[in-house]
Design a protein around this ligand. Structure first.
Ligand SMILES: [Zn+2]
Length: 160
C-alpha cells in the first residue's frame, strides 16, 4: 500500500480479502472484494503476484473514469490497438486486442459497461504483478521500448 500515493489510497473504498479454496482461478476482484484461489497460494511468488494483480484491479476499477491515470491507460490502450480486430489471446480462452503487449493477456477485452471509461482492465494488473518478482521485472524492462512504456505508465502514471 505504501507504493500508492496517499491521495489515491484515501479515495478508494475499503478492501476485503477472502481466501477461497473452491475458486477455480488464481484470484478475482469484484467491488472491493478480492478472492484468492487456493491455487494462488501454492508458491510465495504466485501468491504475491496474485495479490498485486487483484490490488491493481481494486485501484484501477475504483478510481473514477475521469482520473488522469485511468484516462491515460484508456488512451494508451486505444492508440496501441487502433484498427485491430478482437482475437483469441494466445493460450488463454479469452478474447481481446493483441497489439505487441509484453504479455498477451494485457489486451483482454471483457465487453463490460465499465470499459467505456476503464479500458485496458488487465493492463495495470500485469504490470503491477512485476512488483512481486524483481527478476521478471528486470527481464520485461529489458525486452523492448514498448514494454518499458507499458511499465512506466502503469506504475509511474499514478503519480502526478
Ligand atoms: Zn485480472
Amino acid at each position: 500500500m505504501d507504493f500508492l500515493p496517499p491521495s489515491v489510497v484515501n479515495s478508494l473504498p475499503p478492501l476485503h480479502i477472502q481466501v477461497c479454496d473452491w475458486l477455480n482461478a488464481y484470484g478475482e476482484y469484484n467491488k472491493g472484494l478480492v478472492k484468492l484461489g487456493g491455487v494462488s497460494l501454492k508458491t510465495k511468488v504466485k501468491a504475491r503476484e496474485t495479490i498485486f494483480h487483484e490490488l491493481a484491479h481494486w485501484v484501477h476499477l475504483e478510481l473514477p473514469g475521469m482520473h488522469p491515470w485511468v484516462q491515460a491507460i484508456k488512451a494508451h490502450f486505444e492508440a496501441r490497438t487502433a484498427g485491430e480486430a478482437v482475437v483469441t489471446l494466445g493460450n488463454y480462452a479469452v478474447t481481446g486486442l493483441r497489439d505487441q503487449w509484453w504479455e498477451v493477456y494485457m489486451g483482454r477485452v471483457y465487453n463490460l459497461p465499465e470499459e467505456a471509461t476503464h479500458l485496458g482492465v488487465e493492463f495495470p494488473t500485469r504490470n503491477f504483478e512485476l512488483l512481486a518478482a524483481p527478476n521478471r521485472f528486470a527481464a520485461v524492462w529489458s525486452k523492448s521500448p514498448e514494454a518499458r512504456e507499458d511499465i512506466y505508465l502503469a506504475l509511474k502514471g499514478l503519480y502526478p
